[in-house]
Design a protein around this ligand. Structure first.
Ligand code: ATP
Ligand code: LTN
Length: 334
């Protein structure tokens, strides 16, 4: 285990995880778990950068853990934990803030987008969010970070901060690499297929939850925005159809060409019906396992308690080094 390369990734418990999270993140995490030493985190401190109802946040956090495990992430092989349980994340974040420039944070597209959406809710944490994300990653001397396409820029910042700290204070952090899968790295909204599918979308028809009833999945796919061209073709001019083909291909294992050929001369109706079934069947085992897990809260508690212990032991090593290098006097215990 020790000589394996290290992976860190996380999802926010800011709502119900979507098919986008499943395809763009969780499925890849599962594929990587045998080869790497993986830390998969529930980033609750990131979630509170936008207003959350406390009781929903608590519920969602536990549900995210159950979704990780239901997707096939093995708690025996990986370290599954809740970000706020390991205080080193926020501590390192403070130090990294001191070497982050306002200019580089101003350029973060996620911040620009989120601030455009809700001027009234703009807070300082939303602005420094990417610095906390860099701390998550750098604390574990991470080699690889599997994320969806939307996180590329944040990862670039984490790399820059690692290099900057290493140059200023001597070699301390591993510089992490992004791992972005070629297919499915960006699942789009079913209603506005030029926007990414997001769990915080106000329009529920825009996304499919990882745990959703078959009827609801069928209804949403039926309503998915397509175009008037009427040909099932993988093309940028048909973003809605392209997105459905991507989902279909990812969950069925069929290639894009195979799918195009299967629906040649057939309309969108059949294609959509079949896409819905592929989703229903693809998510069925996840849903069944998830429902079982939620019946056993004690088990979930044991997993996140053990995870926090393991994560803390690794994180504290890096944090101590960092504090020492910047000139903070080590605490004495009497
Ligand atoms: P929100 O949409 O609420 O802003 P999010 O789903 O983007 O949040 P997270 O829950 O933290 O944020 O995302 C977890 C992982 O899922 C990240 O690696 C992210 O890149 C990936 N991801 C999220 N949405 C998509 C998507 N539509 N397609 C592919 N990957 C995605
Ligand atoms: N910012 C990410 C969530 C996230 C993350 C991380 C992902 C927080 N910390 C560390 C990978 C590694 C998001 O919004 N999807």
């Amino acid at each position: 285990m020790e000589d394996k390369k290290i992976i860190f990734s996380g999802a926010q418990p800011s709502g119900k995880l979507t098919l986008g999270n499943y395809i763009g993140a969780l499925k890849n995490w599962v594929a990587l778990q045998d080869e790497y030493n993986c830390y998969y985190c529930i980033v609750d401190l990131h979630a509170i950068t936008v207003p959350q109802e406390p009781k929903d946040l608590r519920k969602n956090s536990l549900e995210v853990l159950a979704k990780y495990i239901a997707s096939g992430i093995d708690p025996e092989k990986n370290t599954l934990f809740i970000q706020s349980h390991v205080s080193a994340h926020t501590e390192l974040s403070w130090v990294l803030n001191t070497i982050s420039s306002m200019g580089e944070l101003n350029r973060m597209t996620q911040f620009k987008e989120k601030s455009k959406k809700s001027e009234a809710n703009l807070n300082a944490a939303l602005y420094t969010y990417p610095v906390l994300m860099a701390s998550d990653i750098l604390l574990y001397q991470t080699d690889l970070v599997p994320v969806g396409e939307d996180q590329k820029q944040h990862l670039e910042l984490a790399r820059n901060l690692a290099q900057r700290f290493n140059t200023r204070y001597s070699e301390t952090f591993k510089v992490p690499e992004p791992y972005i899968a070629k297919v499915g790295a960006r699942i789009m909204s079913l209603q506005e297929p030029t926007k990414k599918m997001s769990k915080s979308d106000e329009n529920e028809n825009a996304y499919i939850g990882m745990i959703e009833t078959a009827d609801s999945i069928r209804r949403k796919v039926k309503r998915a925005v397509t175009d008037s061209i009427g040909i099932v073709k993988y093309s940028d001019e048909q973003p809605g159809v392209k997105n459905l083909i991507n989902i279909y291909s990812n969950l069925s294992g069929k290639s894009i060409e195979e799918i195009e050929n299967m629906y040649e001369g057939k309309g969108y109706g059949v294609f959509k019906d079949d896409t819905a079934e592929v989703i229903v069947e693809g998510l069925r085992p996840v849903r069944e396992k998830y429902e079982d897990l939620l019946k056993n809260k004690d088990y979930l508690e044991t997993i996140y308690a053990q995870g926090a212990d393991k994560a803390e032991r690794a994180a504290i090593k890096t944090l101590r080094k960092v504090y020492k290098k910047v000139g903070l006097i080590p605490r004495k215990f009497i």
